[in-house]
Write a protein that binds this ligand. Structure first.
Ligand SMILES: [Mn+2]
Length: 371
C-alpha cells in the first residue's frame, strides 16, 4: 500500500519577516502547496493520507481555509487521518470538534488518549492521539503495544523524539520500540533529516512542506511511504514552491559599497539561485570603521531571487593610535575601555573588545548580532 505522510503545514502562517505583500503571497502559495499535496495523493492513487499535526498555524482558521479543506478532502477517494498537534490542538473551540465540517473520509483523533482507526480493505490500523492544548507532557504510547501484530500498524502522531522531558509530546525511543508499529508517521520537527536518521524504529518526520522562515532552510516536502508487512520504502517528495537559504560572505577589507554589491551578486550567480529562493546573506570579517555598509541598498542585487536580505555582522578594524588621539565620542569610548583592553586578564580583554565592537557599531547606527 501507498501512504502519503505529511504534517506541519501551518496554513495561515503569518510569514513574519517578509513585507506584508510578500507574506500575503506566501500564504496563498502555502495553500496552493497544500492543494498540490492533495492532487499528488489523488493522481498517485495513494491508499491513505496521514496528516500528523499542525495543519493550521493557529487554532483559529479562516473561512477560506475551511472551504479549501472541505473541497480538497472531498476530492480524495482515500481516507485522511489527522492527528492534531501543538499548533492546532483539539480543544473544545477547535474546528476538530465541530460536526459536519469534514467529509466522511476524514478521520480525526480528538483525545490525548491513544486510539485507532481500522481500515479493513487495507488490513491497516492507524493509531494516534491529539494534542488537546498547546503542550503535552506525557507520552500517550507509554506502556502500550499494538493490538494485533498481524495487521499493518501505523502510528500517526505529533510529538518530540528529541527529549524525554519535552513539553511537546515526548516520544522516547524505548516507548516507540515497545509499541511495535510498522511505520511511525511523525510531525513536529520541521527540518526532518537529523531527527529521522536518529529514529530507532521504522518511520520519519515529514518536515514542513514549505519553509516559513530562515530557521527552515532547504527543500521541503512530504514522505511517500510504500509498505506491506515485509517491506518499507520511503521517498521524500518535493512540494515547496520556495526555498529558504542562508549564506555568509567574507567582506574582509572591503572599503566601498560597490565591492560588496559585486560580491553579493557573484554569490547569487555562483549558487545559481533562482526565483524560488529566499536568501539571507550575513556579511562577516573586518572592515574599516569609517566605512558604513548600506545593507538595504544591497538588496538591489536581488533581481532573479524571490527575496534577499543582507545582515551586517562585520567588525570594524580600529587603529589604536588614531583612536587615542580622537577627541570625539569614539576616542573617549576607547580611553574608557583601555584598562580592560590592556588588562593582563584575557577575559577582561575579551569583554573590553566586545564592548568596543558593540559601542562602535551603535555609533555607526548598526546593530551586531549578540554573541
Ligand atoms: Mn509544526
Amino acid at each position: 500500500m501507498k501512504i502519503l505522510h505529511t504534517g506541519d503545514i501551518h496554513l495561515d502562517s503569518p510569514f513574519a519577516g517578509l513585507s506584508p505583500e510578500t507574506a500575503k503571497k506566501r500564504r496563498t502559495e502555502l495553500r496552493a502547496t497544500f492543494s498540490d499535496i492533495i492532487t499528488y495523493a489523488r493522481t498517485e492513487s495513494v491508499d491513505l493520507l496521514l496528516i500528523a499535526g499542525d495543519l493550521f498555524d493557529k487554532n483559529y482558521v479562516t473561512r477560506d481555509t475551511v472551504a479549501l479543506l472541505r473541497k480538497e478532502f472531498s476530492s480524495l477517494n482515500c481516507p485522511v487521518v489527522i492527528a492534531p498537534g501543538n499548533h492546532d490542538p483539539a480543544d473544545e473551540k477547535s474546528i476538530w470538534m465541530k460536526k459536519d465540517i469534514f467529509p466522511e473520509n476524514v478521520f480525526i483523533f480528538r483525545s490525548t488518549n491513544l486510539s485507532s482507526f481500522f481500515f479493513e480493505k487495507l488490513n491497516c490500523r492507524i493509531y494516534g492521539y491529539a494534542f488537546e492544548e498547546s503542550s503535552l507532557r506525557t507520552c500517550p504510547l507509554e506502556g502500550k503495544a499494538v493490538e494485533n501484530p498481524a495487521e499493518i500498524n501505523i502510528l500517526c502522531a505529533h510529538g518530540d523524539t528529541a527529549s524525554p522531558i519535552s513539553t511537546y509530546g515526548p516520544l522516547p525511543a524505548g516507548i516507540l520500540e515497545n509499541f511495535g508499529a510498522d511505520y511511525y508517521a511523525l510531525a513536529h520537527i520541521h527540518n526532518p533529516d537529523n531527527a529521522t536518521a536518529a529514529l530507532t524504529v521504522p518511520g520519519a518526520y515529514c518536515g514542513c512542506p514549505e519553509g516559513r522562515d530562515f530557521g527552515e532552510t532547504g527543500v521541503k516536502g512530504a514522505v511517500l511511504v510504500t509498505l506491506d508487512k515485509e517491506h518499507l520504502e520511503l521517498e521524500r517528495i518535493r512540494f515547496c514552491r520556495r526555498i529558504y537559504e542562508e549564506r555568509t560572505l567574507n567582506a574582509d577589507g572591503a572599503a566601498e559599497q560597490g565591492e560588496i554589491l559585486s560580491a553579493v551578486r557573484a554569490l547569487i550567480q555562483n549558487e545559481k539561485f533562482g526565483d524560488d529562493v529566499l536568501l539571507r546573506i550575513t556579511l562577516q570579517g573586518s572592515i574599516a570603521p569609517e566605512f558604513s555598509i548600506d545593507t538595504s541598498a544591497l538588496t538591489e542585487a536581488r533581481e532573479g531571487l524571490f527575496h534577499l536580505e543582507v545582515r551586517n555582522a562585520t567588525t570594524p578594524t580600529w587603529n589604536a593610535d588614531v583612536l587615542k588621539q580622537d577627541y570625539g565620542m569614539r576616542g573617549e569610548l576607547y580611553r574608557v575601555l583601555l584598562p580592560k583592553l590592556e588588562s593582563a586578564d584575557s577575559m577582561e580583554r575579551e569583554t573590553g573588545s566586545r564592548a568596543l565592537r558593540y559601542a562602535m557599531a551603535a555609533l555607526a547606527g548598526e546593530s551586531l548580532p549578540l554573541e
